[in-house]
Design a protein around this ligand. Structure first.
Ligand code: SF4
Length: 372
């Protein structure tokens, strides 16, 4: 059974009822437990749980320490193109924005990657808008094949693909995918997306195809600000549980893209506060103790500092969200405005001061040798 069938059968009204018709007593009962399950999530994410944030932070911190130790894995996004055929209402790369477009040549992308490598990064995330003509599969194959000589892990955040296409990328050294569903509400999804991305099911099932193709890391997320975040995050958590059960060899990661100002000045219809984001992170850590929780530079440095060790296990650092933003010093259109502008070394230093080890390389392909 695909996750689309699971989602279709999920009783969203019942989930909403658990979230919005809970009580302080329900929250206290759950917080008194030693182990938490996915069925606790709606209560932990509820408005009634908000006053218990400190207690949730303490629990999330101890689970993080137990499962991940005092380590923070660092990665860097490499934007290779800001060209896109879609018109997602919230995005700076929206085809209707007439600002400067750019797709890096392979040589340029390698120059950018060399800068990130020199900074210490060994996990790189290739990001592009969705434009199959400008950035075809062969582009990523060729680039990944070269990057895999230097980087221990390569992930992609690009247009969704078929299983065979993911297989081709896996053969070139790509091992992870990040593909955010934006919202799990099918009706709302249609109102935000125009172009090929409007195909809700094709996007929703992309992590399954990537897992079938052999990707070992599957990154999920909902774009916070589009819909009731409590419902969308519950669906994200269910999606993670589904993938963990079906593809037990794959590692699941959840990111928290929160809508911020982009070219086109979109105002999110359901904004999420930092305090609410913290509640999401703590609640997820409690019910999904082994899932990587990822925080990008969309968030302010002070917030990221606070979340390090309190649930978050992976961070980007020193990010540029426009193609050519690192070594080429391009002034091209960026996808979103970075809030934490610190160089990666400064982020690493902040972590060390908190007694958290910055990990630049969390995987080596030699780990796979001997495995079938
Ligand atoms: S969110 Fe992705 S698909 Fe949509 S406009 Fe931006 S880059 Fe294109």
């Amino acid at each position: 059974m695909s996750f689309i069938e699971v989602l279709t059968k999920t009783n969203i009204s019942q989930i909403a009822d658990s979230i919005y018709h809970t009580s302080e007593q329900d929250v206290k009962q759950i917080l008194a437990k030693n182990h938490f399950s996915i069925s606790d999530f709606p209560v932990l994410i509820s408005p009634d749980a908000a006053p218990f944030l400190e207690k949730m932070a303490t629990i999330a911190r101890s689970i993080t320490l137990l499962r991940f130790g005092k380590a923070m894995r660092l990665y860097a996004p490499l934007y290779v193109s800001n060209e896109c055929v879609n018109a997602c209402v919230y995005c700076g790369f929206n085809i209707r924005n007439t600002l400067k477009r750019r797709t890096l040549t392979k040589a340029e992308a390698l120059t950018e990657a060399a800068r990130l490598h020199a900074e210490g990064f060994r996990h790189i995330l290739l990001v592009s808008g969705e434009h199959r003509d400008k950035v075809p599969l062969a582009y990523f194959e060729s680039l990944a094949a070269e990057l895999s000589q230097k980087f221990a892990a390569i992930s992609i955040e690009v247009y969704p693909m078929d299983t065979k296409e993911y297989q081709r990328l896996a053969q070139c050294g790509v091992s992870g995918i990040a593909i955010y569903q934006e919202t799990y509400n099918r009706t709302l999804y249609k109102t935000f997306h125009k172009g090929p991305k409007a195909d809700f099911i094709y996007r929703l099932t992309a992590p399954e195809r990537a897992a079938e193709a052999g990707f070992r890391e599957l990154g999920l997320g909902a774009l916070l600000g589009l819909n009731d975040f409590r419902i969308d995050m519950t669906c994200t958590a269910l999606h993670a549980v589904y993938l963990m059960k079906k593809f037990w060899k794959a590692h699941i990661a959840i990111s928290f893209p929160r809508l911020r100002k982009a070219a086109g000045a979109y105002t999110p219809p359901a904004p999420v506060s930092e305090r609410e984001l913290a509640q999401i992170i703590f609640a997820l850590r409690m019910v999904l103790p082994d899932v990587d929780l990822v925080l990008s530079t969309r968030e302010r440095s002070v917030f990221r500092n606070g979340m390090a060790g309190a649930g978050i296990t992976r961070m980007s650092a020193g990010s540029k969200t426009n193609p050519g933003g690192y070594a080429l010093k391009e002034n091209s259109l960026e996808q979103f405005e970075v809030a934490d502008t610190r160089p990666s070394a400064e982020v690493a230093s902040m972590l060390q001061k908190k007694n958290i080890e910055p990990v630049w390389k969390d995987f080596d392909r030699s780990f796979l040798s001997g495995s079938s």
